[in-house]
Design a protein. Structure first.
Length: 385
């Protein structure tokens, strides 16, 4: 363990890590202007010492059963199994056997960009063609014909009421632009005739067209959306930040209330990559300028004035935070473009390729029921035990 201190052929290459690509590009833009968040910096440099941290890392690639080296997403199921999304299909690992699923088996597309698993083990796959649901027996597809906005499904999240939320990136020549969010109440039935959609298209009143890179349900504090400014590649014309949706959703959306907080309100960056809630109601936020922590009181008030910040100066391997997860011991796992960090009681340790990781670019993190840590990278999957 190390002490703290990427025409059409290339089009799909960009899409495999489009959020990471966009975040990196946007980070270059935001770096041109001074950012002075009103959060409290955490200056830490003492590594933690814990017997339950991973003592070894095991790596898996196509030689072990993955259909592609490029792992885009990972999600754990209630039975202990792990779903892995790649550029050429998805894999389910039950602890012993790797089972690959592709379009021939029922996926809408082999390019799996996002994953989520319900408590009943139903798996959801976001792709460049829409959404796939798999309940273990039946495959169901959701596309524009069902009410889903067009575009690439970059984010899939379950809320506390059982709805599934999708963050949608534009398609075609507008792939670098957001196309809103949608939620689906699937009514726990194999068919979709009784499914209920709620769509929030980007407008001046709603999310301003930015790419939704993260979604989290904060209960009484509302649904939170981490937004990357649209046009990070073509024209930096959108608005990022953290958007909150509260109120009672109606078909007319009349009671919905949107609020937004940005750098001017104390957020460390306008480019939000990831969320990880804590059991007590707090929230970790990953950005391209570092990591933030909000207390339960701050999340209830949607206030960022007294947030705690962690950056490379604090001991993170990089300021560019791409993924987050909180484990059963309340530790936060932080995936960056330069390695993986874990924070416990305000202290940080870092893992990199030199410690056994497949790659230092951490796209996604998931904690399995056996406490193993699954890390998705462009080179394969790494598992810490």
């Amino acid at each position: 363990m190390q002490q703290p201190y990427s025409l059409k052929s290339t089009y799909h290459f960009y899409l495999l890590g489009s959020i990471s690509f966009l975040l990196t590009a946007c980070g270059s833009i935001s770096a041109l202007r001074p950012i002075q968040p009103r959060c409290i910096p955490e200056a830490l440099n003492t590594p933690i010492s814990s017997s339950v941290l991973p003592s070894s890392w095991q790596t898996y690639d196509y030689n072990d059963g993955l259909p592609s080296q490029s792992v885009t997403s990972v999600a754990t199921g209630p039975a202990g199994g792990v779903w892995i999304g790649t550029a050429r299909g998805s894999v389910y690992f039950d602890g012993t056997t790797w089972t690959t699923y592709t379009e021939q088996d029922g996926l809408l597309s082999n390019l799996v960009l996002a994953l989520a698993v319900e408590s009943n083990s139903t798996a959801w796959f976001g792709s460049d063609k829409g959404v796939t649901r798999f309940d273990g027996d039946t495959w169901t597809h959701f596309t524009e014909t069902d009410g889903l906005p067009s575009g690439y499904i970059q984010t899939v999240t379950l809320d506390q009421a059982g709805k599934i939320w999708f963050g949608i990136t534009g398609a075609g020549s507008d792939w670098a632009f957001g196309n809103g969010v949608a939620s689906l109440d699937d009514r726990n039935s194999p068919g979709k005739a009784d499914d209920r959609w709620q769509v929030y298209l980007p407008t001046r009143q709603r999310m301003a067209g930015g790419i939704v890179s993260a979604i989290v349900d904060m209960g009484a504090a509302g649904m939170w959306f981490g937004v990357t400014p649209e046009g990070t590649v073509r024209a930096n014309s959108g608005q990022g930040g953290i958007w909150r949706l509260t109120g009672s959703a109606t078909p007319e959306l009349r009671k919905d209330r949107w609020e937004v907080k940005r750098v001017t309100d104390g957020v460390i960056s306008d480019v939000i990559s990831s969320f990880a809630p804590t059991p007590d109601g707090g929230l970790w936020l990953g950005t391209l300028e570092g990591l933030m922590y909000l207390t339960p009181e701050a999340t209830r008030e949607f206030s960022f004035g007294d947030a705690i910040c962690y950056t490379q100066n604090s001991g993170l391997p990089s300021d560019r935070v791409l993924s987050l997860a909180v484990d059963g011991e309340h530790r936060v796992w932080v995936g960056t473009d330069a390695g993986l960090a874990v924070i416990e009681n305000g202290e940080i340790s870092v893992f990199t390729k030199s410690d056994g990781l497949f790659d230092n670019h951490i796209r996604a993190i998931a904690i399995a029921t056996d406490r193993s840590v699954w890390v998705a990278t462009p080179s394969g999957i790494s598992v810490g035990r």
